[in-house]
Write a protein that binds this ligand. Sequence first.
Ligand code: TXA
Ligand code: MG
Length: 325
Amino acid sequence: MRDGEIERAVAVLRAGGLVAFPTETVYGLGADASNAAAVRKIFVVKGRPATHPLIVHLADAVQLANWAREVPEAARRLTRKFWPGPLTVILKRAPGVSDVVTGGQDTVALRVPSHPLALQLLARFGGGIAAPSANRHGRVSATTAEHVRSEFGAAVDCVLDGGDTQIGIESTIIDCSGAGAALLRPGWITRRDIEAALGAALAAPPADAPRVPGTLAAHYAPRTPLALVEGERAAELAREHARQGRRVAVLALSARRPPLEGLEWIAAPRDAAGYAHALYASLRRLDDSGCDTILVEQPPRSPEWAAINDRLARAAAGTSAPDET
Ligand code: TXA
Ligand code: MG
């Protein structure tokens, strides 16, 4: 299936070009991880600071040995259980892994995604593909090929279209490079899932934990100011704003739409999986609606919503601190 497209994408990677591809989480913007000049293009196109390291995507766990100089027991357990899948592990890098990929750190982020197109691409390419999420730095990740094209246009040489991504938010990141495994970024695989697989509690991230842009307060943000509000407050605030002649857009969960003209209103799926799947596309739609403010109804605070709440809090912080985007 789609052999021609995969072959073309592989040729682009071999020539040092950029290929956007679907993963089960979000789209990635990929380059040959062993070609420093190619990887540098990712930073230019994304507008990403050179110190922010990338994830190297691999076809299978066997390739770990080419990229990591040691694979501790915790990493073995996690990768056995969750790969291919939405888990990234941070390990001590093998000699020869480029500073461009790791942001000059002694560690490297590695992941085997489960999307069939990503796996086909990785298998045919044979090497590691360095890929951050396919969005401009600090902005909402892309969950469709259309998002990628509208964000980057001709700056990306090839976009593999795999439809909309299944999970919709970025992978869980676990740092296994230190004494105890630590959660750096929550994702669809929850803290509880990780601790069950480890048979041990996660450690607190080390004080000198590498900088992770996905953990900056201001990240994953639309351009329009976004506020998180509790329950029915969303509808009340929408009315108040409308009275003051301001246009609002609402991502609602339980709130009922008030009968206001011109109100952009999305009723989000009530289950965490459905919500995560639709989240970034919804934020993009609300952002593009030309409104003055986006109101997001606060989801439940239970563990299965942790990654969603993490991204929403950053989106709200991001829009009030534009200098960090
Ligand atoms: O689901 C995902 O993880 C997606 C898909 C495309 O795989 N990728 C993604 O990449 O979200 P990106 O670059 O947007 O986020 C990767 C995160 C960044 O926050 C980066 O700082 C962190 O991984 N990271 C990469 N290398 C690291 C390292 N050596 N130590 C600590 N964090 C690292
Ligand atoms: Mg990102």
